[in-house]
Write a protein of this length. Structure first.
Length: 266
C-alpha cells in the first residue's frame, strides 16, 4: 500500500475507530476536534495532528471544514529505506502548528496535487516524494530542541491539573491554557523539558493512577478504566501491556515489586 493524500471535510458526527496505518491531518479550512487515546486537541487552519497506527481515536468536524489527510502504511516508501528515521514521528500522537516555511511548503504541495490531478498520470510516486519532504520537516521540528523557546513549564501545576481531570478527555489546549501558551508552543516546550509528548506524559499518569487503584482497591477493571480516563477496559489492558509487559489483572494475582513503566520518551 502506498501513501495516499486526500482533501476532505470531516463529518460533524463523531467517529471512533483505529486503523493499521499512520495518519497526518492538517487543517486547510475551519476546525475539527480529535481525541487520541484520551488526549484531545483541535485542528484548525494550518495546524495539524499525528495519529499513529492502531491508536484508537475519535474525530468530528465543526461546521464547514476541509482537511488534508495523509494515510501512511508502516511500510510506505517515505517511512522505510533511507527515510526509516521518519517512522519515529509516529511513536506517539502529537498536535502541531505549521511555521512559515511549512506553510509555504503546504501551499506548494496543494498546487502540485492540483497539477497532478490534471495530468491523469500515475501520481503515487510523486505523492511519496511530497510526503517525504513534509514528514522530514515535521520530524525536524517536533524532535529538535532548536524550535523551542526556552520556557520552563510548571510541571507540578500540570500534574495537579492532569490528576484532577484524569476521568475526562484531556485536551492539549487545556494543558497549554494552564501555562498560557498556544498548543504548538506548549508541545514544543513540553517535549524539550520532559523528553515526552503531552500524550505520552498523560498516558504515563493515567497508567500510574490505574496501577495504584489496582493495588489498593478491589474495584473492577471496567471501573478503574473509567476513573483513569480510558475509553473501556480493553483500552486500559492494551496500554498496560505496552507499558508494563503484562495485563493489569496480574497485579492482583502476583506480587511484582519494583515494576517500572516502559520508557515513554520519543
Amino acid at each position: 500500500m502506498n501513501s495516499a493524500i486526500r482533501q476532505i471535510p470531516l463529518d460533524p458526527v463523531p467517529h471512533h475507530h483505529a486503523h493499521d496505518f499512520h495518519q497526518v491531518v492538517i487543517g486547510l479550512h475551519g476546525q475539527a476536534d480529535f481525541e487520541i487515546e484520551g488526549l484531545g486537541g483541535s485542528v484548525s487552519t494550518l495546524t495539524g495532528c499525528i495519529v499513529p497506527a492502531n491508536q484508537r481515536h475519535s474525530y468530528a468536524g465543526n461546521g464547514e471544514n476541509r482537511q488534508l489527510i495523509i494515510d501512511l502504511p508502516r511500510d510506505a516508501i517515505c517511512l522505510t529505506g533511507h527515510h526509516h528515521e521518519l517512522s519515529a514521528l509516529f511513536d506517539a500522537p502529537a498536535f502541531f502548528e505549521l511555521d512559515k516555511p511549512l506553510k509555504n511548503y503546504l501551499g506548494f504541495l496543494l498546487e502540485e496535487l492540483q497539477l497532478l490531478d490534471s495530468t491523469q498520470s500515475d501520481v503515487s510516486l510523486q505523492h511519496e516524494r511530497l510526503t517525504s519532504t513534509l514528514l522530514g520537516s515535521l520530524h525536524t521540528r517536533l524532535a529538535g530542541p532548536q524550535y523551542t523557546r526556552g520556557r520552563t513549564l510548571n510541571l507540578a501545576a500540570l500534574d495537579r491539573y492532569i490528576d484532577t481531570h484524569l476521568e475526562s478527555a484531556l485536551r492539549v489546549s487545556d494543558l497549554a491554557a494552564e501555562v498560557c501558551l498556544s498548543e504548538g508552543h506548549f508541545t514544543q516546550c513540553f517535549g524539550e523539558q520532559t523528553g515526552m509528548s503531552p500524550w505520552q506524559y498523560v498516558m504515563q499518569r493515567r497508567l500510574c493512577a490505574a496501577k495504584r487503584l489496582l493495588l489498593k482497591t478491589h474495584l473492577p477493571l471496567i471501573e478503574i478504566a473509567a476513573l483513569t480516563g480510558f475509553s473501556n477496559q480493553s483500552a486500559l489492558s492494551n496500554a498496560f501491556r505496552r507499558a508494563y509487559g503484562h495485563p493489569p489483572s496480574r497485579l492482583r494475582t502476583t506480587s511484582t515489586p519494583g515494576t517500572k513503566p516502559a520508557n515513554f520518551a520519543r
